[in-house]
Every structure is written in structure tokens, then in C-alpha cells.
Design a protein around this ligand. Structure first.
Ligand code: GDG
Length: 737
């Protein structure tokens, strides 16, 4: 895989710094932290060096919380330039211990009852993310690729974006993104700040397709932004969300098994095991890891399979983590008491079923244990990915042990050849242990090799490169769209053309273009300021201003009662020139309404929050206030039902707009109405602005020399975009200066 030329330097931002700095006799000693991300980035940086990668040949910048940092001018080591972020310890308690670990961590792992929703936690979280932002922006250079990691920094992408609008920002979440039903337990304003915070990135990565889908749903429900094939259309840029299952440095783990020191370690383990089979697990102390269910599963196994007693030993290593927190302390006690109980029940003079260790292992010990194990027993109740599962597979050299893996781990999506279990079911764990111990060598080998092939290919480097490349792709897409955004140069061009023309016609759509959407159509009335701008436009005798809308004529008339504009109502069914009477452009009897109305009513009943708007020539089914996904389902059904009738009757047709399906008499649209008005005299300047699918007809009717502007960021026939109604109003004012 190629890393595209564009990125010159990698800037990692993660809560944890990859090193602890401990004072020693000769200054400071850097000690590498244990943990998934650190291992991944270190592996990556070593690989850059090995391959003399000239694109990313600078040191990697790593910014993180700088506790225990020596007070030195510049802190670096052979891999990293370190940018510490100073967070006062009380703030850190509330931000990291509080919001991150007492709220987001349990909630996103579906332990919602453990989540402590405190307002001051959220405030601390915002404050700490701001401290990160302020420090980082001091170090960013053009060409940097800023890669922000994990749940402690969900707000950081948007914060950096505000300060450096052009920055390239990737965000990766290492833990699950939960279903919307869980996410919505957060207070409403927090939800919005969190998803908008993440959307500040160009690319947002998750471990699995499911997490990505959960995120997409949460964004849609929280912000209403459109999303097509994983791409969000936010007001000022497109953002992509996708699955990037993190990998491991496969070769490092696989080859380590041949290392002399590891071979020695393996010898030691085998000698102490004798004829016994080994079941192994290693995790940080955490309630998400399913440590207790694992013990209960093993207990059930011993109970049901007396023949295996004294022939198998379960080595359960728990790595100390967060054990100053009450929940973790309690859990540790529970685990230790379960180990004591099971060992008490089944031990003999010469055999202890569980060897429990509360400590970290050295890398060599870990590799040796992985390979000597007959069974890897990994049973998290929820886990973003679980690297231990992949490492276990990579380390199977001789023994080809069997992997038992929880279906709740992200890794289960890739490691299909593992024995996949539900960790809440003791019996299933017990049966899987038996199946794994009795599995033939041939089958174990086949399964292990298949998994090895996969993780050897999509390893940590492929993962990172994939992420870089996808960011590059989305940046290029943004670039193409940016060209369309009205900028000062385009404004100048428009103004010049406006000033030159003797006669001008400006078509302005109403909802979403001049006036923002409201909960119900009748609430979207024009405000004084907008009316003033429209009035000023009409005061220039060179201007012909047309308000062109899908709205009924009475509503439009009321909004523009004393403004000399041409009104086009109901998508062109009616036209009224200033000071004249309404004229209908078609003659239709709208008989079809009798057939269609009952169908629409049925859909109002079947989809809560939807309503019908009746106009002379049309009936509109609005779904803006309904659950979007559910409405989408009903919309598809409604479209099918109506198409079935249209096959037999031809006096009406379907028109789809922004969160509305409209059924109208015959084939007319805004484009036809505009064409009629344009043909009436010679206009040297033509402008059309709209925000909706129905305005696409209008854009297509405008001659090539005209200017078409789509409000909002959506694929369009329009030549230009502006992000929102305010920007359009500003542009109109600029034209008149
Ligand atoms: C988070 C997500 C996601 C563990 N004990 C020892 C040791 N380790 C190393 C393992 C592995 C890493 O720590 C643990 O990674 P996990 O993925 O299992 O879990 P988390 O720390 O919770 O990581 C997780 C990960 O981020 C990456 O995105 O997979 O879902 O929760 O590399 O080898 N290493 C040594 N001794 C130990 O005792 N040497």
C-alpha cells in the first residue's frame, strides 16, 4: 500500500503518552506503557524506519497528557517528539476519571447503569479538550496529518477545525460506538456537542461496520445531516465514517516465537505443565472483559467434565488497571473470591485448576504463553476490538491452540474460525472449552492458519495506511466541492455580472433558502431582516425578483403582501406577477386526490409525526418530525403504493423534496415556470437559488451564462453552493452594494 504524498508528518493525539518518565540516577528513564494503541503506533514507527519511508521521514509528534513529565525544553526520543498537555490534577480527575472513565467508558460498553451523568464532568471534559486544542495548534505545520484517538478526545476534532479550517484531521475510536438507544441516554445537548465534535474530523474510523452504522444513526438523529454511503453532508464539508479494524504487527508477534529467550521461556512453561493442557487468558482489570463470566464458564466445564479435572490448568493473568477506583476494587475482590472458591472446590494435593496472577507479563513471557496454550479463552462482555485475540492467533507456531472468542468483541467480525461464544452463557463457554480441548490437530491447524492469513495481511500497517489513504480520498472529494463554494473571487465575479446587466432576474426559493425550516410549514414565516433584503432587491428597477416555491399561493401572498415580487406557488402551478392576479399554468381537475388522500392518511397513521398539507394542485406528506429511519421505510412503501396506481392513472405524479413526498396534478415543475418567465424578456443576469431536490428542475432551466446556487452541501446541478440561508442573504446584500 502507498501512503499518498500529501502528508508530511504524523501528529498523534491521544490521552496517553507512550512513555512514563521516571526519575533515575542518570536523569530520566522512559518506560513504555502497555496498551493497544501505543503498541500499534510504535510498531508503525519502527516499520517507517525499517523501510526508510521518505514520505513520513520526520519524527512522529505525540501529544498527550503530560503527568510525570520532566520539566525540559524539548522532550523527544528516537521515535517521537513529545508534546505534553498540562491538565491540572483536579480537572483531570473530572475529565479523565470522571467523564471519560466513569461515564463514556461504561456507557459505550453498554454498562449504562455504571454511567455517572454529572454536569461538572461534562464541563471538565470540554475544558480539558480545549487545553489539548490550545497546546496542539501551537505545533501544527502545513502538511501535517493530525490523527486523534479515542473516547477521551471526542470534542477535539471540531475544536482544532475551528482554529485551523484546512487541517487534515482523522479520528479513530478504539472502543465500541453504541447503538443509538444507548447513546441517547446522554443529555440532549451533550449528544449534539459530541457528534459535532467528532464531525470536525475529515475521516472518522471505527473497528467494525456495526459501530459505524450506530454512529451514522446517532448523527442523523442528533443533527439531521444527510448521509449517503457513509458520507455526511455537514454544512461546510463532507465527512466520511468507515470501519478500519485495527490490526497487530503480525510479523513481530509471529517471529518472536522463534526468539531464543522465548524458546527458553516456552521450555520452562512446558516443563511445569507436564502432561496438562493449558488454557490461557490475559486482560486488563476491567468489568468489560468478562473475567467473572470466564471463571464461571470454566467452573461449569469442570463440573460437567470430571474426566478433565487434573488434566487441564487455566492460567488467568489480570493486568493491574484503574484499581484505585471503587468499581474496579470491588470487581477484583469478586474475581479473587471466585478463583478461591473454584480452586477450593476442585484442587487436589497435586493440582490447582486456576493459576491466577494479578500482574503484567514481560513480552517474552506473553509470547511463550500464547504459543504454549491449547486454548485461548477471551470472553469480553463488550470490547472495541481485542488485540489479545489477534496476538494469540499470530503466536501459534507449534501448538496451534484453539481460540474461544466472545461474539461481543470487535475481533469476532474478522476471526470467524474461532469458537465464537456468548460470554453471558456459562454452558456455552463450558461446551466451547471442551470442543477446543478435544479438537483434532488438523482442524486446529486449519482454523489457525486461516485466521493467521487474514491478520497477517490486514495488519497494523495496512490498517494505518488504509486510514491515511481514505483520509486522502475524502480530502480530495472536499477539494472538488470546495471549488463550488462561493468564495470572495466568485462573489466578485457575480457582483461584476450583476452590475453590468441592464435587466436581471433572480429566482429565490422560500423554505430552506430564504427562511430556515420550522417544525410545521405554517411556522416558517419570513423575518423582518430577510423581508428588508428582498424589498431592497425589488427597489432596483433593473431587477425582477421571483419567489419560487412549492408553497400554496395564500401563504406566499401573506408573506410578501406589499412587496413587488413575482410569486410562483405550488412548484409552478400558479404564477402572480407584482400587482396582477394569480394565473394557473395548467388546467387539472385534481380528481386523483380522492384516490390518493386515503392512502396518505393511512401513512400518517402508520408513521407517527407525519402530516398532510393540502394545496390546490397537490397533496404533500411531510415526514420532517418523524423518526428518520422509520419514515424512510414508510416512504419506500408509500412510493411503491403510489407507483402502482400511477401505472393505471396518469393525471398525477410524485415529486420528492426535503423530507416531503408530494403528489401533484400533471407534469409541471419550477423549471418550466422559470423558463416561461425567462422567455418574456431579455435578462443579462440570471440567478437562481434553492436548497431542495425540487430546485434541481429550476437549476437545469437556467441558461449557461446564469448563476445557480444550492444552499447547503449536496450534490447538485447548481454551479455553486453556500453553506446556509445566512450566507445566501449576505451574498444578496453584497450584490446590492
Ligand atoms: C483498547 C480497546 C482495542 C496486556 N497485558 C499485557 C500486555 N498487554 C497488551 C496486549 C495487547 C494490549 O495490551 C491490550 O489490548 P486490547 O485490545 O486487548 O485491550 P485494551 O487495552 O482495552 O484496548 C480494545 C484496543 O484499544 C485497540 O484499539 O482492541 O477493544 O478497549 O496488545 O498484548 N503486554 C505485555 N504484558 C502484559 O501483561 N507485554
Amino acid at each position: 500500500m502507498i501512503i499518498k504524498e500529501q502528508f508530511k508528518r504524523l501528529v498523534i493525539v491521544a490521552y496517553r503518552l507512550p512513555f512514563k518518565f521516571v526519575r533515575s540516577k542518570d536523569g530520566y528513564k522512559a518506560i513504555q506503557n502497555a496498551g493497544g494503541l501505543v503498541s500499534a503506533i510504535l510498531a508503525l514507527s519502527e516499520n517507517f524506519k525499517k523501510n526508510k519511508n521518505t514520505l513520513i521521514n520526520n519524527k512522529i509528534v505525540w501529544s498527550g497528557f503530560g503527568d510525570n513529565m520532566p520539566d525540559a525544553e524539548k522532550i523527544e526520543n528516537e521515535h517521537f517528539d513529545i508534546v505534553p498537555v498540562k491538565i491540572p490534577s483536579r480537572l483531570n480527575d473530572q475529565f479523565y476519571g470522571g467523564f471519560s472513565n466513569d461515564l463514556i467508558w461504561p456507557l459505550f460498553h453498554y454498562f449504562s447503569t455504571y454511567s455517572v451523568m454529572k454536569k461538572n464532568y461534562f464541563e471538565a471534559y470540554q475544558e480539558a479538550n480545549t487545553l489539548f486544542c490550545n497546546e496542539i495548534i501551537k505545533h501544527i505545520k502545513p502538511g501535517d496529518f493530525i490523527w486523534i484517538h479515542d473516547y477521551q478526545l471526542l470534542l477535539l476534532p471540531e475544536m482544532i477545525r475551528k482554529k485551523i479550517p484546512d487541517a487534515t484531521i482523522g479520528f479513530f475510536l478504539h472502543i465500541p460506538f453504541p447503538s443509538y438507544e444507548i447513546f441517547r441516554q446522554l443529555p440532549r445537548p451533550w449528544r449534539e456537542v459530541i457528534v459535532k465534535g467528532m464531525l470536525g474530523a475529515d475521516l472518522i474510523g471505527f473497528h467494525t461496520h456495526d459501530y459505524t452504522q450506530h454512529f451514522i444513526k446517532s448523527v442523523k438523529r442528533t443533527t439531521g445531516y444527510e448521509c449517503k454511503q457513509n458520507i455526511f453532508f455537514t454544512p461546510n464539508k463532507v465527512v466520511k465514517a468507515d470501519a478500519f479494524p485495527i490490526g497487530i504487527d503480525y510479523e513481530k508477534f509471529h517471529q518472536a516465537g522463534y526468539d531464543k529467550a522465548v524458546l527458553k521461556e516456552k521450555d520452562k512453561i512446558r516443563k511445569s505443565l507436564g502432561e496438562q493442557k493449558l488454557i490461557f487468558s490475559v486482560d486488563r482489570l476491567d468489568y468489560t472483559k468478562g473475567l467473572l463470566s470466564r471463571l464461571l464458564g470454566f467452573e461449569t466445564f469442570l463440573e460437567k467434565n470430571p474426566g478433565w479435572r487434573s488434566r487441564v490448568v487455566f492460567n488467568m493473568v489480570v493486568v493491574p488497571s484503574r484499581d484505585s477506583i471503587e468499581k474496579y476494587k470491588e470487581m477484583k475482590k469478586e474475581i479473587e473470591s471466585a478463583v478461591g472458591r473454584i480452586n477450593g472446590k476442585y484442587s487436589t494435593l497435586s493440582w490447582r485448576p486456576i493459576v491466577y496472577q494479578y500482574k503484567s507479563l514481560t513480552f517474552n513471557e506473553l509470547i511463550a504463553l500464547y504459543d504454549c496454550s491449547d486454548v485461548g479463552l477471551i470472553t469480553p462482555l463488550r470490547d472495541g476490538m481485542n488485540l489479545v485475540a489477534k496476538e494469540f492467533v499470530a503466536c501459534q507456531l507449534e501448538n496451534k491452540g484453539a481460540l474461544i472468542l466472545s461474539e461481543m468483541a470487535g475481533a469476532a467480525a474478522e476471526l470467524n474460525e474461532a469458537l465464537i461464544i456468548n460470554p453471558a452463557d456459562n454452558n456455552e463457554i463450558a461446551e466451547a472449552i471442551l470442543a477446543a480441548l478435544e479438537m483434532s490437530s488438523q482442524e486446529k491447524q486449519t482454523r489457525a492458519e486461516r485466521m493467521q492469513n487474514r491478520i497477517a495481511s490486514y495488519n497494523v500497517f495496512t490498517w494505518a495506511h488504509d486510514f491515511f489513504n481514505q483520509t486522502y480520498e475524502i480530502k480530495s472529494q472536499q477539494e472538488i466541492m470546495r471549488v463550488k463554494f462561493v468564495n470572495p473571487a466568485i462573489t466578485a465575479k457575480l457582483t461584476a455580472a450583476y452590475n453590468e446587466a441592464e435587466r436581471r432576474i433572480l429566482f429565490l426559493d422560500y423554505d430552506g433558502t430564504l427562511v430556515a425550516f420550522a417544525k410545521y410549514p405554517e411556522l416558517a414565516v419570513i423575518d423582518d431582516n430577510t423581508l428588508k433584503i428582498v424589498r431592497k432587491l425589488t427597489s432596483d428597477p433593473k431587477n425582477h425578483i421571483v419567489i419560487i416555491s412549492g408553497r400554496g399561493k395564500d401563504f406566499l401572498e401573506k408573506q410578501f403582501s406589499d412587496v413587488p415580487v413575482t410569486l410562483v406557488a405550488e412548484h409552478g402551478y400558479f404564477i402572480r406577477k407584482a400587482g396582477e392576479e394569480w394565473e394557473s399554468t395548467i388546467s387539472a381537475d385534481a380528481q386523483w386526490k380522492e384516490t390518493v388522500m386515503p392512502i396518505l392518511k393511512e401513512y400518517v397513521d402508520r408513521c407517527n409525526g407525519t402530516f398532510i398539507e393540502e394545496k390546490t394542485g397537490s397533496l404533500a406528506w411531510h415526514y420532517r418530525n418523524a423518526d428518520m429511519d422509520f419514515a424512510q421505510l414508510r416512504l419506500n412503501e408509500l412510493r411503491d403504493d403510489l407507483s402502482e396506481i400511477i401505472r393505471h392513472k396518469t393525471d398525477f405524479e410524485i415529486l420528492e423534496g426535503h423530507k416531503v413526498l408530494e403528489v401533484k396534478s400533471g407534469k409541471y415543475d419550477k423549471g418550466q415556470a422559470a423558463a416561461v418567465l425567462i422567455a418574456m424578456e431579455y435578462y443579462g443576469f440570471i440567478l437562481a437559488a434553492g436548497d431542495d431536490k425540487t430546485d434541481e428542475f429550476l437549476f437545469q432551466a437556467i441558461p449557461d451564462f446564469g448563476y445557480t446556487i444550492r444552499v447547503g452541501l449536496s450534490p447538485s446541478f447548481a454551479r455553486y453552493n453556500v453553506p446556509d440561508t445566512d450566507s445566501l442573504l449576505t451574498l444578496l446584500q453584497t450584490l446590492m452594494k
